[in-house]
Design a protein around this ligand. Structure first.
Ligand code: COA
Length: 319
């Protein structure tokens, strides 16, 4: 499988660490060394639907394909205002595609889950081209009373068009529900006449930061080694490692574990924060726009998140 087009849309409002220190007991001096984050883009008067559609249209145009050549649209999203219809319905309308569409929630690993599903469609002969969009507005559900979580996140949408190739997309997906308490968020739904009182619990996001950190730096190098072996490659064969942008220290720890040079691990966390599943397609799009990819480059992707889920993939740059 190869990537033949990418796109992005970020909210226009930039929030600096100093701006956060005006509303929270935090500081640039605390945030930068622990996370590598300087600024993040935060939704104000945009909607996530608008951002997803803009990123999708850009990726489609970049791919050079016509809307009718897309066989499936998959949107990765943890939460947005609409419980239904799916975000991908808005994307189909905006892009002029006519194919089936659906959303998935794979937490921060959702973009790689979508690649895995797209590859299965390709291997079964049901798809040649798939449009994948990952769109997240994490700032709308992180806990703004809590400095531990709110300084980490940003919003945005990234998109990619992937095409069937001689070589499949190699993937490794894992799930470990024993660690589901690492990140949880509970929101109430409509109250029915039959529901017992006290059932509609609201619990803002809880994140055990140190546990997540430990899980991430252990699982990501393991997944990357496994997926590289599955593809019959060696780490040196990979041109770029595109790792979920949760924390610069996590990216550095993964790179040090694999003993690879810094230039193989591009990052955008300094100006996006953690955008959940949107982080990898946003990273790919930015590296592409810097002109750093060459046709045939091998890309290794790795992500981890609430669940606790992890995912890694190997595919090629096809433009
Ligand atoms: N500003 C100032 N102080 C803060 C703070 C903030 N934004 N957030 C936490 N603190 C304080 C805590 O209250 C705690 O204080 P205490 O020691 O007096 O109790 C202390 O800083 C914790 O510091 P430390 O233990 O050095 O933090 P850390 O090195 O574990 O870093 C994270 C915290 C959250 C940055 C780090 O654990 C992390 O990035 N984890 C992964 C989170 C993640 O990626 N989540 C999403 C996964 S998809």
């Amino acid at each position: 499988m190869k990537i033949i087009g990418t796109g992005r849309a970020l909210p226009k409002h930039t929030v600096t660490n100093d701006m956060l220190s005006e509303i929270l007991d935090t500081s640039d001096e605390w945030i930068v060394p622990r996370t590598g984050i300087h600024t993040r883009q935060v939704i104000t008067d945009e909607t996530l639907q608008e951002l997803s559609c803009a990123a999708a249209c850009q990726a489609l145009s970049d791919s050079g394909l016509k809307p009718e050549e897309i066989d499936f649209i998959i949107c990765s999203n943890v939460a947005n205002n609409y419980i239904t219809p799916a975000m991908s319905a808005f994307i189909q309308e905006a892009t002029g595609c006519t194919c089936p569409f659906f959303d998935i929630n794979g937490a921060c690993a959702g973009f790689i889950d979508a690649l895995d599903i797209a590859d299965a469609f390709m291997q079964s002969g049901r798809a040649q081209n798939v449009l994948i969009v990952a769109a997240e507005e994490v700032t709308k559900f992180c806990n703004w009373e809590q400095r531990e979580t709110s300084v980490l996140f940003g919003d945005g949408a990234g998109a990619a068009v992937v095409q069937k190739d001689d070589v499949p997309c190699y993937t490794v997906l894992t799930g470990d529900s024993h660690h589901k308490g690492c990140i949880t968020y509970l929101r109430p739904m409509e109250k029915t006449p039959y529901e017992k009182d006290g059932m509609a619990i609201h619990q803002p996001m809880i994140m055990k930061g140190r546990d997540v950190f430990r899980m991430a730096v252990t699982t990501s190098p393991r997944d990357l080694r496994n997926v590289i072996a599955k593809a019959g490659m060696k780490p040196e064969d990979v041109t770029f490692f595109l790792v979920h942008q949760a924390n610069k220290r996590i990216v550095d720890a993964i790179r040090e574990n694999l003993n690879l040079p810094e230039e193989k691990f591009p990052t955008i966390i300094d100006h996006t924060g953690n955008t959940s599943s949107a982080s990898i397609p946003l990273l790919i799009d930015e590296v592409a726009r810097q002109g750093r990819f060459k046709k045939g480059d091998v890309l290794a992707l790795s992500a981890f998140g609430a669940g606790f889920v992890t995912a890694a993939a190997i595919l090629t740059w096809g433009k």
